[in-house]
Ligand binder design. Structure first.
Ligand code: ASP
Ligand code: MG
Length: 416
């Protein structure tokens, strides 16, 4: 019997009314003869509320206790959903992560799943029950509750789907799929029927926050077909229609060869650029500049080292805007003092825009088309970086939306 995992986000679980709708939808699938495991998030706003209370007590509460606290949000959700299913006459049972058990490491607030025991869930499903498992949490070797990081229920759902060998993992959310770009920026943005997991990984890491990035990695590593679809439709729409809706994250070999060159445009508004000028060009210099930044837990993204002149060179790199001040502090201490850098300059008003698509592998001229489009709009490119399926440019923040719109049009993304 085919098994599906359904994941419902915080908005989908946001009120008793919505939980009742989720129950109706789940019951519809079960009535159609499928085995169903549901992995819900906490009700919207709940995780923030819980963590907020801890932060009222002290600035940096102990991570273990934070996980103990935050994990309760999902425990409420699973019980309420189970009760809502009972009210519809369905046999359902809810479990917290430790009851399954979902085993994790002990990196509290950012734990990783190590294994999932499928025995109990399998037994319940075979007995005709709908099984509901808390998202976001597991248990470490010592029996402590550990959470997977914000947005972690997506990862829980895909991991459960992998462990249960589900036919598909359905991620029900408040958007109806993955778009060519953010529809708030480009009104002509189009929903994609499929996207490869590699493209999804690039888009997620570039700021399209539909799914927690780790869930996409999981789906890719274990080849779990994962679909993003709306939970806000009428729960009683025909199952066939629902099962084919949204966006399927698929695998490159499974999609047809006639790929468009570009699949989507991703952007990240909140970038910052730092330039270290006039450091000696010698072995170890990149490490001496970027090492202390990494030690301060800042993720460096694009990096350029200039051609050296008279034995001196310059470094430019980007960091998330929220880490800009901290990074400048670190560099002013280390690069200034140890390396005698001539100056350290920063610009915290830059944004990154990227074109993404596996079709790039078989199409030429994507980069030149991108650069021409930007030049026609008079947009100056500050930095460029590329991967096999992505070209990113760093530009002045005030041109970001213009760039996204122009590129969306240039690559005909509004056309199916
Ligand atoms: N409730 C958790 C959060 O708000 C996990 C999730 O929603 O995926 O981050
Ligand atoms: Mg989410």
């Amino acid at each position: 019997m085919a098994l599906f995992v359904h994941k419902y986000g915080g908005t989908s679980m946001g009120s008793i009314e919505r939980i009742k709708n989720v129950a109706k939808r789940v019951a519809k699938w079960h009535d159609a003869g499928y085995q169903i495991v549901v992995v819900p998030s906490a009700m919207s706003g709940e995780t923030n509320r819980l963590l907020g209370m801890a932060n009222e007590i002290m600035p940096r509460p102990d991570p273990r206790e934070l996980d103990m606290l935050a994990s309760t949000g999902e425990q409420v959700s699973v019980a309420l959903l189970s009760i809502a299913l009972h009210a519809l006459g369905k046999d359902a049972v809810s479990y917290a992560g430790w009851q399954v058990a979902i085993k994790t490491d002990s990196a509290y607030t950012k734990a990783r799943i190590q294994s999932i025991d499928d025995a109990k869930v399998r037994r319940d499903l075979d007995a005709g029950k709908i099984v509901i498992i808390t998202g976001f949490q597991g248990v470490d070797d010592e029996g402590n509750i550990a959470t997977l990081g914000r947005g972690g229920s997506d990862t829980s759902a895909v991991a459960v789907a992998v462990a249960m060998k589900a036919q598909e993992c359905l991620i029900y959310t408040d958007v109806d799929g993955v778009y060519t770009t953010d529809p708030r920026v480009v009104t002509e943005a189009r929903r994609l029927k499929t996207v490869t997991f590699e493209e999804m990984l690039e888009m997620a890491s570039l700021g399209s926050k539909v799914l927690q990035i780790r869930s996409v990695e999981f789906a890719g590593n274990y080849r779990m077909p994962t679909r993003v679809l709306s939970s806000l439709t009428d729960p009683m729409i025909p199952l066939e229609e629902e099962a084919a809706s949204g966006t399927l994250i698929s695998f490159e070999e499974d999609t047809n060869m006639e790929q468009a060159a570009i699949t989507g445009i991703a952007f990240n508004r909140d970038e910052a650029k730092i330039t270290v000028l006039g450091v000696p060009d010698k072995p170890g210099i990149a490490y001496q500049i970027l090492g202390p930044v990494a030690d301060a837990n800042v993720e460096v993204d694009m990096i350029i080292q200039n051609q050296s002149v008279d034995g001196k060179t310059d470094f430019t790199f980007t960091v998330p805007r929220g880490e800009f001040a901290k990074s400048m502090d670190v560099l002013n201490k280390t690069a200034k003092e140890n390396l005698n850098a001539v100056s350290i300059n920063g610009d915290a008003k830059v944004s990154k825009v990227s074109v993404v698509g596996v079709g790039m592998r078989s199409h030429v001229g994507i980069a030149s088309k991108m650069f021409r489009t930007l030049s026609e709009e008079g947009i100056n490119i500050l930095m460029i970086s590329t991967s096999e399926i992505k070209i990113s440019v760093l530009i002045d923040e005030k041109y970001m939306e213009l760039a996204v719109r122009a590129l969306h049009k240039a690559f005909d993304l509004e056309k199916a």
